[in-house]
Design a protein around this ligand. Structure first.
Ligand SMILES: *[C@@H]1O[C@H](CO)[C@@H](O)[C@H](O)[C@H]1NC(C)=O
Ligand SMILES: *[C@@H]1O[C@H](CO)[C@@H](O)[C@H](O)[C@H]1NC(C)=O
Ligand SMILES: *[C@@H]1O[C@H](CO)[C@@H](O)[C@H](O)[C@H]1NC(C)=O
Ligand SMILES: *[C@@H]1O[C@H](CO)[C@@H](O)[C@H](O)[C@H]1NC(C)=O
Ligand SMILES: *[C@@H]1O[C@H](CO)[C@@H](O)[C@H](O)[C@H]1NC(C)=O
Ligand SMILES: *[C@@H]1O[C@H](CO)[C@@H](O)[C@H](O)[C@H]1NC(C)=O
Length: 565
């Protein structure tokens, strides 16, 4: 056996042991699709720790006997997502790119396999992610064990009962971020979506892979999926990790006050960043206005969106990519020549609010104001048709030196219809879609990051602010958002399919093929509703078309061509 394989195996053992440590505490009942259901609790913890150590020793012995049959495999954690997708997180020592991430498979407990697709690198823990689909034959099995990620599917190298169970999306600590004063932890399945937040006093943060002897700290804030707690005592932490640079898991312990000896710790794939390693705030280097968005397969729209919003005053763009498989990478590379675009992999499904909270903290040292809009939304002011030499977007913001109480600027949205387009308009959405509904729907926000409430609470692109700050609402004459919501059918269909799939809340529930959520669009026969091309058209409004043509139109033999074509 080669040295390389032996090293890989050793790290597999270590990670398996760590997972075993974790999964022992979390029975598979722990998963909840809706709301919070605590997992089986652990009684008499010290006793279990003892048994655990024995089990680990035995496991290591039994593994070393089977070594010869193990294929070239990668240590990874895996999470069962909705729609039977499996997300694999590979240890950061193994680095991949979209090229070197080819040819991998998920190898399951019953010897079934499915192809694993490279889906990016998590920006904060440096772990490469892959996705595979859970084969039908595995869906019925209980427990569902963690698959092995391998580029040479061979024999399942361990007995079924030994492989740790998969983490379940629905009850999981999935991401963490440190500030100078505290640790922000993102946790699914503890507070419910209806806005009922449990008190911070019900929780503690736990640092360390052994949750029983981990270092614990108080939780200061609990809101949606965002929990903020104190940094752990570094001396105590170092004592746990005498080895040096080992990675430290962080999770949330739920205190059950009325039953003293019980505890529930949320399973976790999140790691603690001990040092606050972002450069100290530099007011001079800060961009006045940035834009943050979350998207999936938006490559086709991104260039137009970035070029346009740069022109009106956005200095930096932060894109949370939730698993795109289009040529986003290439488009971002291209844009980087002239624009400041940061792409972050954010594979967590249905976590738009959490992603926005994350973005607010991530960018707080580089941006003063943050605009939260989608890639099919374009901010526009009729005044720019008359005079574009003013500050445009920045004129929406209060003068920073005037100590204004405005912490958030709210801009209303007009929803555009397909405007008789049958396919994606080659000159861009601002050229192609010119007919909209009369009444504006919802609003989008530009937020002063320093004004955001520490809870990081946000609902539909609108943040809760600290005491003393107010919202400034723009009139339709001052500014609006053109939302190209109902696009040509082939585009809308793709969006619709994705949205529908997001509605399948509970992965265990059989999908009802006749459900209204699934038609039209999902399935094999996507049906275009009658008259789609002329729907949602009440007002012809080509003002942004005229403006962008003036700004970005270039002469071309066929009339004109837009700068982003
Ligand atoms: C998987 O393959 C191994 C080796 O060929 C075999 O021993 C084992 O029984 C198989 N497991 C299942 C569930 O088919
Ligand atoms: C992530 O990996 C890259 C490449 O190995 C390395 O340069 C970088 O420092 C790592 N970042 C972190 C946060 O570990
Ligand atoms: C941190 O932990 C060490 C060792 O457990 C202890 O001696 C020390 O008092 C703790 N420091 C604080 C500030 O709690
Ligand atoms: C990805 O982000 C988009 C835009 O916010 C959202 O509509 C979509 O549902 C997300 N997809 C997943 C899988 O979360
Ligand atoms: C446009 O704005 C500039 C700068 O604010 C101003 O000097 C100029 O007079 C304006 N022109 C029109 C036509 O309003
Ligand atoms: C902001 O306010 C300061 C002082 O009140 C003033 O000198 C400056 O011209 C203002 N800037 C803008 C862009 O209005």
């Amino acid at each position: 056996m080669s040295r390389k394989i032996r090293t890989t195996l050793l790290s597999v053992f270590i990670s398996v042991v760590l997972f075993a440590t974790f999964s022992l505490f979390f029975h598979h009942e722990a998963v909840s699709g809706t709301g919070f259901r605590p997992p089986a609790t652990l009684r008499n913890p010290s006793n279990n720790v003892y048994n655990l150590n024995l089990a680990i020793t035995e496991e290591l012995h039994s593994r070393s006997r089977q070594v010869s049959s193990i294929p070239d495999l990668l240590p990874s954690e895996s999470i069962l997502l909705p729609d039977w997708e499996v997300l694999l997180l590979v240890s950061p020592e193994n680095h991949f790119s979209s090229d070197s991430g080819n040819g991998y498979y998920c190898f399951f407990q019953n010897n079934d396999t499915s192809p694993a697709k490279f889906t990016g690198i998590l920006p904060f823990s440096n772990r490469t992610t892959f996705k595979c689909v859970l084969p039908n034959s595995v869906r019925r099995l209980r427990p569902i064990s963690r698959p092995i990620l391998t580029n040479s599917p061979g024999n399942w190298p361990e007995k079924e009962s030994e492989a740790p169970e998969m983490f379940r999306w629905g009850f999981l600590a999935y991401e963490s971020l440190s500030t100078e004063n505290d640790v922000i932890l993102f946790v699914k399945g503890v507070n419910n979506r209806q806005g009922v937040n449990r008190s911070p006093a019900e929780f503690q943060c736990v640092f360390g892979n052994d949750v029983i002897n981990g270092v614990k700290t108080d939780v200061l804030s609990s809101s949606q999926e965002v929990f903020r707690c104190l940094h752990p005592n570094q001396t105590a932490l170092r004592r746990l990790f005498s080895g040096g640079d080992e990675r430290i898991k962080v999770s949330l312990e739920i205190r059950e006050q009325y039953k003293q000896r019980e505890m529930v710790v949320v399973p976790s794939v999140a790691y603690y960043t001990p040092k606050y390693n972002v450069a100290s705030p530099q007011e001079e280097g800060k961009s006045l206005l940035c834009a943050c968005t979350m998207g999936y397969n938006v490559a086709k729209f991104l260039k137009e969106w970035v070029v346009y919003h740069s022109k009106i005053g956005v200095e930096k763009f932060i894109l949370y990519d939730n698993g795109s498989d289009d040529d986003l990478e290439r488009v971002v590379e291209e844009l980087l020549e002239e624009h400041d675009v940061e792409k972050l992999s954010w594979p967590w499904p249905k976590t738009q609010e959490a992603g926005f909270s994350h973005c607010a903290m991530h960018a707080r040292d580089s941006c003063t104001w943050m605009m939260y809009i989608d890639v099919d939304e374009f901010v526009f002011s009729p005044s720019w048709l008359l005079n574009s030499s003013i500050h445009m977007l920045k004129s929406f913001l209060p003068n920073t030196s005037s100590h204004s109480p405005v912490g958030q600027v709210s801009v209303r949205c007009f929803e555009y219809g397909p405007s008789n387009q049958r396919s994606h308009p080659v000159q861009g959405v601002t050229q192609g879609y010119t007919c909209r509904r009369r009444v504006e729907q919802r609003h989008k926000s530009i937020v002063l990051l320093d004004a955001i409430n520490p809870s990081l609470l946000n609902v539909i692109h609108h943040f809760k602010m600290k005491e003393g700050y107010v919202v400034k609402r723009l009139s339709k004459e001052e500014g609006v958002v053109n939302h190209y919501k109902y696009q040509a059918w082939p585009e809308f269909r793709v969006k619709f399919r994705r949205r529908v799939s997001a509605y399948v809340v509970d992965w265990r529930k059989e999908v009802n093929p006749r459900s209204k959520d699934r038609t039209p669009g999902l399935g094999f026969a996507a049906i275009e509703p009658k008259g789609w091309a002329s729907k949602f058209c009440e007002v012809n409004d080509n003002r942004l078309k005229v403006l962008t043509q003036r700004w970005f139109g270039l002469d071309s033999p066929t009339g004109y061509k837009m700068a982003w074509e």
